[in-house]
Design a protein around this ligand. Sequence first.
Ligand code: ADP
Ligand code: ZN
Length: 723
Amino acid sequence: MFATQSFMSHNPNLEQALKYYFGYDSFRLGQREIVEQALQNRDLLVVMPTGGGKSLCFQLPALLKQGLTVVVSPLIALMQDQVEALRDNGIAATFLNSSLNAYKVRSREEYILSGKVKLLYVAPERLLSERFLPFLDLVHHQVGISALAIDEAHCVSEWGHDFRPEYRQLKSLRKRYPDIPVFALTATATERVRTDIIQQLGLNQPNIHIASFNRTNLYYEVRSKTKHTYAELLELIRETEGSGIVYCLTRKKVDELTLKLQHDKISVLPYHAGLTDEERSKNQTRFIRDDVRVMVATIAFGMGINKPDVRFVIHFDIPRNLESYYQESGRAGRDGEPSRCTLFYSYSDVKTIEFLINQKPDPQEQLIAKQQLRQMIDYTEGTDCRRTIQLGYFGERFAGNCDGCDNCRYPKPIEDWTIEAMKFLSCVARCKERFGMGHIIDVLRGAKTQKITQYEHDKLSTYGIGKDKTADEWRILGRSLLHQGLLEQTSDGYAVLKLNALSWEVMRRQRIVSIAVPVVQKITWEEGNEKATEVELLLQRLRSLRKQIADAQSVPPYVIFADSTLKLMAQIQPRTLTEFSKLSGVVSHKVSQYGEKFLAEIRAYRQEQGLIEQNSSPFFGLPSDTELLTLQLHQQGLSVTEIAAKRNLRPTTIIRHLCDLIEKNQSVDLNLLVPVDKQQKILQVLEILGDISLTPIKEYLGDSYSFDEIRLIREKWRRESQK
Ligand code: ADP
Ligand code: ZN
């Protein structure tokens, strides 16, 4: 099995342990300190956002300590996932839950008592069962229990979003084994829940770690719903690679949208409480295993799943409150890779939710729900940095300008719409404050509806005075007037527009109305990188190889390798097992298990692309034949495009040749390739930033510098700094 002891005896360094067991090069913020304290047997409360890397905080200590760490985890699916991932890293982990038959349980128990298991996952109800406690005593006695890790610890609190009464009884374990340290972990941010966890679990002067809730890899955006929303959604799904979730408010909407998307050839399945348990779990598994790309779901979906490579979460309807939105959208990008969170917003959805809230019997509950909804609306309509608003909700201050939200990247211009506001409000007045927004807009735009004829509103002076603006624009104005308090609306379910004192000030021209106008734009989200297409091609091949291997073992693909590791593979294109083992996320177990397969795929790809020749030495030494040919043409004065055309290769391939030639100390005339002043500037930046990837260098230099120019000069700089 696994050589924990021998590892410890000659290598107590934590970074090395991290690489050894998990394949990562460095700890994330906070992880190291937590691991150190865990090793000192302190009680711990770890609050980290989803994807922050909580599991490692108890898994690594478990591997470094004597005995067994017992992990309490509320959901069977989650448990299986984690154990699969650990085993695939060559770590001795197992679980006990109701999905196992008596025979399996017994053999696992024996295995545990043999002392070979480091991590045992259990559901809380089992932990406290009559049969299990004596077993645990035995383990404690024979093998030792190194810690009790309680995952999703907020389940102990009634103030959290998924209270589980069984969690309350965990305190009795603390009493039974007072010497075993307890680690509580959660992603729930509120103060109240934290206090509750400490009390209810009986933590003993715990060290408390609260990480920032800023999920820097997530891009947040809000889009208003229009007639074209479905088309927009479709485009979003098509242009974003990888898995995604689309949340809808109701089962009916889930079913409708699923059908539509299926009709448009998107690989998608539904998930909601109306399906049978079997269907739900089947759909979920297919999603986790990448058999299907998109889930359309009610918020019932996602709680128990731990799919780290969800690349987008789209809320097709407004969530009930900001905390839910944070948690639900947070299911994107748990692996730290860039991911996108889009919220489609419409005022009529708000009305639906308001209506639902009004059905609640308890007035206090109604009040809270309405207040939360209000905050949600402020988030969607706000023009401030979305992160500032979200984090502010959790009591965390954030300065804004995150460059990772629509408001920061595309600030909405503020325009003076006083005249439009006057038209709108006087139309409300002429209609005697007895109609909702839809009708007012119809009148402004001179529509010919039955209602207009019936009330003779086509005779009003405001009939048709707003033809110059679209209905959507009028709606934006109308909502903004409501939010700025320049107009009122009844909350009896009819949403009749009513004027107030401020409305009259506007109509008397005593008040200016400014609104943030949404800019219509096609958002290009991913940074443009010319190498991207090439890497992308290889990445696709590596993905399908990963999928094949995963299917053969019946595990989700991310268990084999994380997306980030696959990307590194495509970028770095390792040629030997040693190079392969250096990639972040690769442990030695995986090198021996999958290394050759992936190397072969990379080799095949490189061969097809004309990137390697038989005799070429990969890193140093002599140029290959194909490189020499490029060099000849370059020395004859041909440009990169000309060489590419002549050789029937892509320009990026030629650039790569030139880079390799520079590396191999061949005389490439850079002055023919990059203007001298640019060369100097790039060199300066390299001196400041060091040897890093191209994108940040390009960001620093601006658009007038191409990736190729930077790549060439970086090669020269590398060459020279080696001397
Ligand atoms: P949480 O439980 O906090 O939501 P996880 O423990 O599932 O988060 O970790 C999220 C992702 O981050 C996982 O894919 C995990 O493998 C990865 N991860 C954790 N720690 C590191 C690290 N130090 N370096 C790189 N990746 C990490
Ligand atoms: Zn921002």
